[in-house]
Design a binder for this molecule. Structure first.
Ligand code: PBG
Length: 336
């Protein structure tokens, strides 16, 4: 009998759902400790652990407190972290020049993490927005984010981060040609093994709001939004085009961002390219779950697991999530 001829009462889909063991036996998607990437906000100073107003229970850490915070998580098996700096306003300028200072906050954090936890994977964004006083990911010339001028700066940022010991560069700026430009300059400078995880399909999304607040990049001056470089949300074919180009330019892994509203893109990307594919459950998705559970509209732990499993089901190999620490604790207690 063909799959589609099976009929009630011979086929009862509820049979395997009746008991917990058989539900687990037929489960198709799983979350492992190895799948989790913890995005972390860092700041200057000593002994600092400041809660981010729009992201309850997420903190900005000074490097020393981060090292302490990481200890139990690394013991639980934390695989990798992604670093995001909050730069003080006096270090921001129109060119984002602190981004390519080899002693900037991110580079110092990479070096300290690598001394303390050498096998922890460290991922760094390549983008100028934490460092520019206008909040854009690139250099603004006459009210336009200039693609090719920005590429030269991104190359320099990628190099200082590589020299500091970062494991994966994650260009998140959405300039055209940046993966190729970064790859070429890495090769020229003896970093042929450096991994690039491209934010290949990154949409201009309202779900980045809390993150921009965390980095103090909320007020964008002209242009007022990132729509001239980040993708437009009605488009899926265009995402495939973006991904294809980034792979051809030398990306080793691809990232889709945000997460939940873009599960179709994750699924298509995995089907089309069979590349290591990652989802980013962004700040707005985090804050929505926290706010809804705070009001008892949903049960937090269940909602978190459902969302991360949806990424795995869609085809993601790994997930950037601010829930990584609590998920690690849960995974170490049981299996999903
Ligand atoms: C910056 C960058 C952003 C995020 C990651 N890298 C924000 C943006 O593009 O404005 C968002 C992450 C989040 O919202 O959690 N290039």
């Amino acid at each position: 009998m063909s799959y589609f001829q099976r009929k009630f009462p011979n086929t009862r889909m509820r049979r395997t759902r009746m008991k917990s063991f058989s539900r687990r036996l037929v489960a198709e998607s799983f979350l492992s400790i190895n799948d989790l990437i913890w995005p972390i906000f860092i700041i200057e100073g000593n002994n600092k652990r400041d809660e981010i107003k729009l992201m309850p229970e997420v903190f900005r850490y000074s490097i020393d407190s981060l090292l302490k915070e990481l200890e139990p998580l690394v013991k639980l098996g934390l695989n990798s972290v992604a670093l995001f700096p909050t730069i003080s306003s006096d270090l921001k300028d129109i060119e984002g020049s602190n981004a390519y200072d080899q002693d900037n906050l991110v580079c110092r954090a990479i070096r300290s993490i690598k001394i303390e936890y050498p096998s922890l994977g460290v991922i760094c964004d390549v983008a100028l927005d934490p460092y520019t006083n206008h909040g854009h990911d690139g250099i603004v010339i006459d009210g336009v984010v200039d693609n090719d001028v920005t590429l030269n700066k991104l190359i320099m940022q990628a190099l200082v981060q590589s020299e500091a010991g970062c494991d994966i560069l994650a260009p998140s700026d959405m300039m055209d040609g940046r993966v190729g430009a970064i790859r070429k300059s890495l090769d020229k400078n003896n970093h042929t093994e450096m991994m690039i995880m491209s934010y290949a399909a990154k949409y201009a999304s309202s779900f980045y709001g809390p993150f921009r607040d965390a980095l103090s990049t909320k007020k964008l001056t002209k242009p007022k939004n990132k729509k001239t470089y980040q993708m437009d949300y009605p488009n899926a074919d265009e995402a495939m085009h973006e991904i294809e180009i980034d792979i051809a330019e030398g990306a080793d892994m691809i990232l889709i961002k945000p997460g939940m509203p873009y599960l179709d893109i994750i699924s298509k990307a995995k089907d089309n390219f069979k590349m290591p594919t990652f989802a980013y459950q962004v700040s707005g998705e985090y804050s929505m779950i926290m706010a809804a559970s705070h009001h008892h509209y949903i049960k937090k732990e269940d909602a978190i697991m459902e969302t991360v499993l949806s990424f795995k089901r869609a085809g993601a190999d790994g997930i950037f999530t601010y829930f990584a620490p609590s998920l690690l604790e849960r995974l170490s207690l049981s299996s999903f």
